[in-house]
Design a protein around this ligand. Structure first.
Ligand SMILES: *Cc1c(COP(=O)(O)O)cnc(C)c1O
Length: 370
């Protein structure tokens, strides 16, 4: 029985990815042990935050870091830090207006919803989001033109949620930020290489602990020491309702310390998905093949195109039925409106690839009998 069934929750198979709505990640044993150990003991939190910052700095190759409840909180604390600094009156005034620059410039195609609105996170941190350009076209000149005395920082969002083409590059953004002496913030919540954005010129980077890192529900920011210190100071203000637990901090540190030693499972997962595709290609109405990640990460998913006339259901309906099954299978439905469902191998636990195959085959059988 899954631990969540004890509360009456349905058992699920997560084949959709690192989805916050499904609990984001299932951690390795050493991380789970760290969570349990931390839960049973005490520590001075202010010291823990500083020491954990050293672990984050080490793992990311940046000067300093700060644990958070997630990347969303990292955005809030990072923005608030840029605006309020370490001045307690200003810290306590956030998110209300404080004197001085508060505008955070971001490209229109990067103003995403990741389950919540990135602009709302900026506003909670006391910032005023300023979108530039058009949804599918932003030039450096748009960014440059929006900069004025009220500009506090530039924000670049590296995400599969964002428009991938037609945006100003990180390098262009960094160049503009440097020239105007503005902090360059980067939301890299779901990315795999946490260190690269700082190396490419970012001043502050926002990351999720529960996505690529496969850590506990947590996050962190990392980068320039003064900006990290300012963000840390916000735990006395707007950060209080998003305080990160000692369990999550220790789990995050354990996951970060093991990150580079963890075996790369992408090849093994690709083979699993090849096998699943071979099985599903024998089902009438399904055309399956392994597809590489659209954002270039080392993720190989099974891409299953459904011919509703033959399979009996379209992709949207199949997605819904699979979620209603027992166990409930949550497939990746980003392209369901185009007739395609995807299986993400990363969150799957042993035996679940077969269970997913069974569920998809059973759905076709059931439909063709009725
Ligand atoms: C997931 C995500 C977030 C939020 O991360 P959490 O760790 O869930 O708070 C922020 N930005 C982007 C681009 C994301 O994909």
């Amino acid at each position: 029985m899954s631990v969540f069934e004890r509360l009456g929750c349905r058992p699920i198979i997560n084949a959709s990815g690192k989805m916050t709505a499904l609990g984001a990640s299932a951690v390795e044993d050493d991380v789970a042990q760290a969570l349990a150990d931390a839960a049973r003991d005490y520590v001075e939190i202010s010291e823990l935050l500083v020491k954990a910052g050293r672990v984050i700095a080490e793992a990311t190759g940046t000067p300093d870091g700060l644990p958070t409840t997630g990347a969303a909180a990292a955005i809030v604390l990072g923005v608030a830090g840029v605006i309020a600094g370490e001045d307690l009156d200003r810290i306590e005034a956030i998110p209300g207006p404080v004197e001085g620059p508060r505008e955070i410039i971001l490209q229109k195609g990067q103003s995403v919803n990741f389950g919540a609105s990135i602009e709302q996170m900026i506003r909670i941190g006391g910032g005023v989001p300023v979108e530039v350009g058009q949804a599918n076209h932003v030039e450096a000149a748009h960014v440059e033109g929006a900069i004025g005395p009220n500009t506090a920082a530039l924000l670049y969002v590296k995400s599969h949620h964002a428009v991938q083409k037609g945006m100003a590059s990180l390098e262009e953004m960094v160049e503009i930020a440097r020239r105007h002496d503005l902090p360059m913030l980067v939301d890299a919540a779901a990315e795999e290489d946490f260190g690269q954005y700082f190396r490419r010129g970012a001043d502050l980077v926002f990351c999720s602990g529960g996505k690529a890192l496969n850590g506990p529900t947590s996050g962190f920011l990392c980068g320039r020491a003064d900006l990290v210190a300012a963000a840390r100071a916000q735990y006395a203000g707007v950060g209080r309702p998003m305080k990160v637990g000692k369990e999550a901090v220790l789990g995050l540190c354990t996951a970060l310390q093991g990150y580079h030693d963890r075996p790369d499972r992408s090849e093994e997962q690709r083979v699993q998905m090849e096998d699943l595709c071979a099985r599903l290609n024998r089902v009438d109405g399904l055309t399956a093949a392994v597809a590489a990640d659209e954002a270039g990460r080392a993720i190989y998913r099974a891409r299953i195109a459904i011919d509703p006339a033959v399979y009996g259901l379209d992709a949207l309906e199949a997605t819904r039925r699979l979620q209603e099954g027992s166990p409930a299978v949550f497939v990746r439905d980003h392209y369901a409106n185009t007739g395609v469902i995807m299986i993400d191998p990363r969150p799957l636990r042993p035996g679940q690839v077969d269970a997913i195959g069974d569920a998809i085959v059973a759905l076709a059988d059931k439909e063709n009998q009725s």
